[in-house]
Write a protein that binds this ligand. Structure first.
Ligand code: AMP
Length: 398
């Protein structure tokens, strides 16, 4: 797919609407605890400013219920943007009310206006065209730089694109970088291409695994989802997380892998406990001998060695999903060791999913990865082979 990017259209001296993803974690007092998403939007915003545009920024934050709620105001984000951009950022009192439309109308070149939380309006998540038109009427150009919500058919992501002709809408730098990385990796990977898939359940990643089977040379499966595969092979998985109804799918995936000559790796030993808590007593056993009442919560040392060897020589690695309950230190070792192995490899290393990004961060490996995706749900849909609604409208049709 070829995406129309901000560089492909004429934006100089225009009024530009930029859909950003400023959905950032905050503490109880509303202080922003991680501003990576704001920082990653700066390239596009600065590009607009450098081209003498009047810039209207819009984002959601948290899950307000379609009406104004002070708990979810974008005020802290406006303040942080102001510091990062070293420029004034005006926050509108609402999204499309009198204050917002008047401020948008009066906005001059070089000035920045941030609308209030898009989800203060019911029309946003309903992809409502009347609401989308009100947003569209504020500007001459539409830029989507919100990869994290591009899999959602929401008004500021999808419906709004109907009100701009092709030469007035495009992807920002962040969105195009995300799409290009996944597109290039999935369509033209340097081989061997190894996918490392983990996380809690098979159900969440079933389509992604099916899709990856036609693209990868090896697939490594860890985390809770491995137990459905192991049970399908007749192993005793004790009380580990299993989705019985997906055992036929697990068998089909293993069969399909064999037919396609894709090497599929599963854990051979696990760290088990009877409860998922920091103080739990743990044992390490082979996956054939997990006692009843115990659950596998991390990959064991033999599995770590096996997975590390399977990663030897990889030229492209795609990682989505932790190898265990990494939130608890006792069950984090496997995920950290795999993170270190991927980080030290010379492959192109792509990390997708919020939890996996968190593992990489905690393992202090973030700087070594080639690319860490900012959107969990959106990146998973790309792995499933879907075209995201927010991206489809910005595609250059052949
Ligand atoms: P996902 O959102 O599907 O990528 O799953 C991430 C979650 O999977 C994390 O919160 C982990 O704690 C959890 N997880 C990983 N391994 C296991 C396991 N063996 N048993 C239960 N949960 C797990």
């Amino acid at each position: 797919m070829t995406l129309r990017t901000i560089k492909d259209i004429e934006i100089a001296n225009k009024k530009v609407f930029v859909r950003c993803d400023f959905n950032v974690p905050q503490d109880e007092e509303g202080n922003i605890t991680d501003d990576r998403r704001i920082k990653s939007a700066l390239v596009t915003i600065n590009y607009c400013i450098d081209h003498n545009c009047a810039v209207i920024l819009a984002s959601h934050n948290g899950r307000p219920k379609g009406e104004p709620d002070p708990e979810f105001t974008l005020m802290p984000i406006a303040k942080r943007l102001q510091i990062l951009l070293k420029r004034d950022v005006t926050l509108a009192a609402e999204v499309v009310g009198d204050d917002a439309t008047a401020k948008a109308k009066a906005l001059k070149q070089g000035e920045i206006l941030l609308l209030e939380n898009l989800r203060f309006e019911k029309g946003e998540t309903k992809n409502d065209e009347t609401f989308a038109k009100k947003l569209a009427d504020m500007a001459e150009i539409y830029i989507n730089d919100a990869f994290g919500v591009s899999h959602r058919a929401h008004a500021s992501v999808e419906a709004i694109t109907k009100f701009f002709p092709d030469d007035r809408k495009a992807a920002g730098f962040l969105l195009s970088k995300e799409i290009n990385f996944f597109d290039r990796t999935l369509q033209h990977p340097t081989r061997p291409f190894v996918a490392v898939i983990g996380g809690s359940k098979v159900s969440g990643k079933l389509q992604a695994i099916y899709n990856l089977l036609s693209k990868v040379d090896k697939i490594i499966i860890g985390g809770g989802m491995a137990f459905t595969f192991l049970k399908a092979l007749g192993e005793d998985v004790g009380d580990s997380l299993v989705e019985d109804e997906l055992i036929p799918d697990a068998l089909r995936i293993m069969d399909e892998a064999k037919k396609r000559n894709v090497k599929l790796y599963l854990p051979v030993d696990v760290v088990c406990a009877q409860t998922i808590e920091a103080g739990a007593v743990t044992i390490c056993t082979t996956t054939k001998e997990i006692p009843i009442g115990w659950k596998g919560l991390d990959i064991g040392p033999a599995t770590t060695r096996l997975f590390r060897e399977a990663l030897d020589g990889a030229q492209t690695v795609l990682w989505n999903g932790p190898m265990g309950v990494f939130e608890i230190e006792k069950f984090a070792k496997g995920s950290f060791k795999i993170s270190h192995r991927i980080a030290e490899s010379h492959a192109t290393k792509i990390v997708g999913g919020g939890d996996t990004a968190d593992v990489v961060q905690r393992a202090d490996d973030a700087d070594e990865m080639t690319f860490i995706s900012t959107g969990g749900g959106a990146s998973l849909e790309l792995l499933e082979g879907k075209i995201l609604p927010g991206v489809k409208a910005l595609e250059i049709k052949k």
